[in-house]
Design a protein around this ligand. Structure first.
Ligand SMILES: [Cu+2]
Length: 393
């Protein structure tokens, strides 16, 4: 902070025109006053900053106490008492990024069929594995057998759901289903490596819900890839018939390095200040830009959207059209629906369902309209009418 810029130059100039002595003294006094005020303000700012740093140091120390030296976590950037130099690795890309993006097999966004019968058996396996989160960007994830997010689960309202979780990872994990009304201390308890847990719940509440590992520190377990979506379909006739149905799971990634040469790991300091390097739909930046979702003109397309976070909301928007019907927070009650709205927030840890009917062929980007999210990968395309070409922006 500089105080010299506050020196009053105007009175000095006037002083030379009238009484140099009096104006000169006034100018010096005024200059001194400004200097003192500036210095006081600087000290107050400095105290506030120190207090903030102290609070942060305490929080960080507490977190480090919890996290210890877990595999998959880079502690090097986390000096207690300082945020240090938080370096962004956003937009890191190898020279052949376009070719990698083209060869990438996109996460299947199409809503799978509901398993037949009264019970939906869901087998989930957790494992430590390296995933790609953007073209050429590798990340040491705590994820599911198929990567991150976990598999999309689709059940009927009222169906019994039997969850079996097997932990093939190196540390304890668990699975918390937002669609369930169960005692979490029992159903969502930690499972040791090499062990399994089973529990059942009846999917009485329709909508789209998050599931995730709930083991501490939850921020880290979610950020490392342990999340997914379950769609609980209301009975036929409640919702309009959809011609296409897609599931999008939004999330953030906080990296310890660029992930180009060796896999990046989780950075807790960046997660605390919500400074993601990448934000994705279904775990990979921009994958539906290179491999668009599709629809025919006039078809009703339904997006089931979950925001896994861990911390940042998704402001769902489709460029070039308007959401015909939105079910905010995933409430399926007709009375709760909104009609003909432009952007609807899906909160971290929540869901939203969006029906859109596009008549004109073209490429329609779907985004989180909090545009830092778009720049870091949370964007895809809906290709209506099988048109050729790419988006220019
Ligand atoms: Cu976990």
């Amino acid at each position: 902070m500089s105080t010299t810029s506050h020196q009053p130059t105007l009175p000095v100039r006037r002083a030379q025109q009238s009484d140099p002595g009096m104006w000169g003294v006034a100018a010096v006094l005024l200059g001194l006053l400004v200097g003192i005020l500036g210095f006081t303000a600087f000290m107050m700012w400095s105290d506030a900053t120190n207090a903030r740093d102290d609070a942060h140091a305490a929080r960080l120390a507490a977190t480090q106490g919890n996290a210890g030296s877990m595999p998959g976590m880079d502690m090097s950037a986390q000096t207690a008492g300082s945020l240090g130099q938080l370096q962004s690795f956003a937009a890191a890309a190898p020279a052949n990024a376009a070719a990698i993006a083209a060869a990438h097999k996109p996460y299947p966004a199409t809503l799978p069929a509901i398993p037949a019968g009264p019970v939906a058996n869901v087998n989930l396996a957790l494992t430590d594995r390296v995933v790609q989160i953007a073209p050429g960007v590798k990340y040491s994830a705590w994820a599911w057998a198929g990567g991150a997010p976990g598999p999309v689960i689709h059940v009927r309202q009222g169906q019994q759901v039997k969850i079996t979780l097997t932990n093939n990872g190196a540390i304890p994990h668990s699975v918390d289903f937002h669609a369930a009304r169960v005692a979490p201390d029992k159903a969502f308890r930690d499972v040791n490596p090499g062990e399994s847990i089973s529990y059942t719940f009846r999917a009485n509440d329709p909508g789209v819900f998050m599931y995730h590992c709930g083991t501490k520190p939850v921020l880290m377990h979610i950020a490392n890839g342990m999340y997914g979506a379950i769609v609980v379909e209301p009975p036929a006739g409640v919702l309009a018939h959809a011609d296409r149905e897609y599931v999008l799971v939004a999330s953030e990634w906080y990296l310890s390095s660029d992930g180009l040469d060796k896999p990046a790991q989780f950075n807790m300091a960046k997660a605390h200040v919500r400074m993601p390097d990448w934000m994705t739909f279904n775990g990979y930046a921009g994958q539906y830009v290179t491999h668009p979702l599709t629809a025919d003109p006039g078809q009703l397309v339904r997006f089931w959207v979950v925001d896994a976070g861990p911390s940042i909301d998704t402001d769902f928007h489709i460029v070039g059209t308007i959401l015909n019907t939105a079910y905010p927070f995933g409430s399926m009650r007709a009375a709760d629906a909104l009609h003909n709205v432009q952007t609807v927030t899906v909160p971290a840890g929540g869901g939203g369902v969006f029906d859109v009917r596009v008549d004109k062929p073209g490429l329609y980007p779907f985004v989180s309209h909090a545009f830092a999210a778009v720049d870091t990968g949370q964007v895809g395309l809906l290709n209506v009418g099988n048109v050729k070409g790419t988006m220019s922006h």
